[in-house]
Design a protein around this ligand. Structure first.
Ligand SMILES: Cc1cc2nc3c(=O)[nH]c(=O)nc-3n(C[C@H](O)[C@H](O)[C@H](O)COP(=O)(O)OP(=O)(O)OC[C@H]3O[C@@H](n4cnc5c(N)ncnc54)[C@H](O)[C@@H]3O)c2cc1C
Length: 282
């Protein structure tokens, strides 16, 4: 089963090594597409693992700089030790953010399950007071996100708006696709009007078209927002938006801990589950 999933994962993951991600970013840059590189991993349990994550991100930032690729980095606070302590994750994040700042680069915090939402936002807001070069993902499937977006706008936060990829209970998350999509559009418009840097991170063409229409109507500068998509999804749309002159960024994951990310991609789409099941019986 793991072999079959690794076959499926190839579409979504640059490879196991840092150099795989750098090469993928170079290829995308040549198509005028920017990159956000994520070293795969989450929910680590020891301080030593957290140290390894920090070392990997520092090397990644060095290599991005050395290779001259246009790429920010994206990370999960549980990969930096959030499950051990908030203080450890924050201290580790500072090391990565300081190196990024030295290179004029940016660090984005991914948003994990709802067990981490408050702690991730708290860490972000506290670090945002000291560092201009950080952004945070917010999930439109969470009912709390409207209040979070309002708070983040008031703090000058850069927000990457996503629909959300974790299994959450109905008391805290919208379960109906239309409600998630409507909330996405609502929050997206508030973010676009705020003037804060906004990443519209979706492959949903209806939402992307509405973002284009709204930005045009409200005369929102194209430099204050970008479209972001995952590696392996809607490749031609990524290219055509870049050709139209929009800022487009592809999220490029790499590393050996690819299984949880792959399972999230698998669950997102029933065709993906059919693919795996079909190959299982081939
Ligand atoms: C840059 C970026 C960063 C992200 N960061 C986070 C994060 O920090 N936390 C988090 O919870 N989630 C994150 N996500 C994932 C996000 O929450 C969604 O799960 C994912 O983007 C799919 O939703 P959608 O917005 O594309 O809309 P959907 O309505 O799910 O999909 C729209 C269309 O996109 C295509 N599509 C969507 N998913 C797939 C797939 N897996 N395989 C093939 N085609 C697909 C299909 O054609 C589908 O009809 C991120 C997504 C992006 C693009």
């Amino acid at each position: 089963m793991k072999g079959l999933l690794s076959l499926f994962a190839k579409r979504y993951i640059a490879g196991t090594e840092r150099s795989d991600a750098i090469e993928t970013a170079k290829r995308l840059n040549s198509l005028r597409i920017l990159a956000a590189i994520d070293h795969l991993g989450e929910n680590i349990k020891t301080k030593e693992e957290a140290d390894e994550t920090v070392a990997e991100y520092l090397s990644l930032l060095d290599e991005i700089r050395c290779a001259g690729v246009s790429a920010v980095v994206s990370l999960k606070l549980t990969h930096l030790g959030l499950d051990i302590s908030e203080a450890l994750a924050e201290t580790n994040a500072v090391v990565v953010i300081e190196r990024a700042l030295q290179y004029n680069n940016t660090v984005w915090f991914d948003m994990e399950s709802s067990a981490c939402t408050q702690r991730t936002i708290d860490a972000y807001i506290s670090l945002k007071r000291r560092f201009p070069n950080i952004g945070i993902a917010i999930q439109s499937y969470l009912k709390r996100s409207e209040a979070d977006v309002k708070l983040l706008i008031s703090k000058g936060g850069s927000v990457r708006l996503v629909k959300g990829a974790y299994k959450e209970p109905p008391d805290i998350a919208f379960k109906n696709k239309k409600d998630v999509d409507d909330n996405f559009e609502r929050l997206m418009k508030q973010l676009l009007l705020s003037g804060n840097m906004t990443a519209i991170a979706t492959h949903d063409e209806k939402i992307i078209n509405e973002a284009k229409r709204f930005a045009d109507e409200k005369k929102i500068s194209r430099s204050s927002f970008e479209f972001e998509m995952l590696l392996g999804i809607k490749r031609s749309l990524q290219r055509s938006l870049a050709e139209e002159g929009f800022q487009v960024r592809t999220y490029i994951p790499y590393g050996r801990d690819w299984l949880p990310y792959t399972i999230r991609r698998l669950r997102e789409r029933k065709e993906n589950i059919y693919f795996v099941v079909r190959n299982l019986f081939d």
